[in-house]
Design a protein around this ligand. Structure first.
Ligand code: DAT
Ligand code: MG
Length: 159
């Protein structure tokens, strides 16, 4: 299994509730072998949100989805590790917080399907790479000469 990157984002509603520290703490516990290599806070433009969620553009909830993702700042992150795309999906839990398992982030911090606290790239081939490029086009990563996982501590400290 090779090292992968995935794009994770604390969504506007959860970020504005002050849930970032708690969610990052859960990510660190649930993804002990992965590390956060990039983090920034920004309010997605409508164009960015539409590009990010392009695969869902024909869904009836698409307008609300774009409105919600652009409503305030998100905390966008890149996490890196073995099989991290799938592991992060497990840590997040089901899309609908009501259906999410105990111990998952969406169970703890999600309110309902339209306010489910965290985004994580899908496991479809190419999905995570596409999202990392969209959100971090300059490749603003901590360079990984980082066996002690210092970048993860820095990301936590920044939250
Ligand atoms: P996920 O975020 O678990 O990958 P997704 O990619 O299918 O789920 O959908 C993206 C987001 O769209 C999801 O986090 C919340 C919203 N969403 C999905 N299904 C929805 C629905 N039936 N009603 C309202 N919002 C929905
Ligand atoms: Mg998805």
């Amino acid at each position: 299994m090779t090292t992968q990157q995935t794009f994770l984002a604390i969504k506007p509603e959860a970020y504005s509730r002050g849930d970032a520290t708690g969610i990052i703490t859960m990510l660190s516990k649930l993804l002990p072998d992965a590390k956060c290599v990039a983090m920034k806070s920004y309010q997605p433009s409508e164009a960015l949100a539409k590009e990010h969620y392009a695969a869902l553009s024909d869904k009836p909830f698409f307008p609300e989805l774009i409105e919600s993702f652009t409503a305030g700042s998100i905390l966008g992150m890149v996490w890196e590790g073995t099989n991290v795309v799938e592991k992060a999906r497990e840590a997040m839990g089901a899309t609908d917080p009501v259906a999410a398992a105990e111990g998952t982030i969406r169970k703890q911090y999600g309110k309902h399907i339209g306010d489910n606290a965290i985004h994580g790239s899908d496991t479809d081939p190419g999905s995570a790479e596409r999202e990392v490029k969209i959100h971090f086009p300059e490749g603003e990563f901590n360079e990984i000469a980082d066996p002690a996982g210092k970048s993860q501590e820095l990301c936590q400290a920044a939250a």
